[in-house]
Design a protein around this ligand. Structure first.
Ligand code: PEP
Length: 244
């Protein structure tokens, strides 16, 4: 089995009911690869009705099944709402909510238990890159955030350099290639199907740079923030992946 190509969109805290016209436009396209949209939790159920072949995911879940956790959402609730995937360990969650690798792994176990595919994010800060620590940071986040129950069928890994998210800056092709090769190596060393995990790049992917990024070895798709909000931006990114 080869890694599946996946174009994933993270709407973050953007989108209201009227935004679902963007999903209508994506669903009406001939996409040519798997497409995932992760809208805010409030839109998951209505999004499913607009999504056609497009998968719908959450942006986080709690590690517990239920209980006194005001404002949180369990993996089973996401699945019940119609989600098939969940993003975990996004750098904004790690920074804003202090999420640790161990917490991300616990959430991933819960998500897999609920039948969700996890999109587990890793990425170095600018200081870590400048300090020459990128590969150590990625290896450590992968080891700590990806649980032993991960398989190529239930887990996607997204490399998202923190300094590239929402900034318009991207690593060069060699830098992306180096990290993706490391991730492939680490996953292959740990999991019998490690060669089949889909590895996404995320951080300022746009229609203008998508084809170059998708030509890099072991880049099987993208996790896209800002450019996933409009079908007119995300569509050309999907096309670039389908043609890669
Ligand atoms: C993201 O939030 O995962 C992301 C990659 O954002 P952007 O594409 O806007 O940099």
């Amino acid at each position: 089995m080869a890694p599946k190509k996946l174009a994933a969109g993270n709407w973050k805290m953007n989108g209201v009911t009227a935004s679902l016209v963007e999903l209508d436009a994506l669903a009406a396209r001939e996409n040519g690869c798997d497409v995932l949209i992760c809208p805010p939790a409030t839109l998951i159920t209505p999004a499913v009705a607009h999504a056609g072949e497009i998968a719908i995911g959450g942006q986080d879940c709690h590690a517990n099944e239920s209980g006194a956790h005001t404002g949180d959402i369990s993996a089973a609730m996401l699945a019940d709402a119609g989600a098939s995937h969940v993003i975990l360990g996004h750098s904004e969650r790690r920074a804003d909510h202090g999420e640790t690798d161990a917490q991300v792994a616990a959430k991933a176990i819960a998500a897999h238990g609920a039948g969700l595919v996890t999109v587990i994010c890793v990425g170095e800060t600018e200081a870590e890159r400048d300090g020459g620590d990128t590969l150590d940071v990625i290896a450590s986040q992968l080891a700590g955030s990806v649980p032993d129950c991960a398989t190529a069928a239930n887990t996607v890994i997204a490399y998202e350099p923190v300094w590239a998210i929402g900034t318009g800056r991207t690593p060069n092709s060699e830098q992306i290639a180096e990290v993706h090769a490391l991730m492939r190596d680490k996953l292959s060393g740990r999991f019998s199907d490690g060669a089949d995990f889909s590895l996404l790049y995320g951080g300022s992917v746009k229609p203008g740079n998508a084809a170059e990024i998708f030509a890099i070895a072991h880049v099987d798709g993208a996790l896209v923030g800002g450019a996933s909000l409009k079908a007119s931006d995300f569509g050309p990114i999907i096309d670039a992946l389908a043609q890669a």
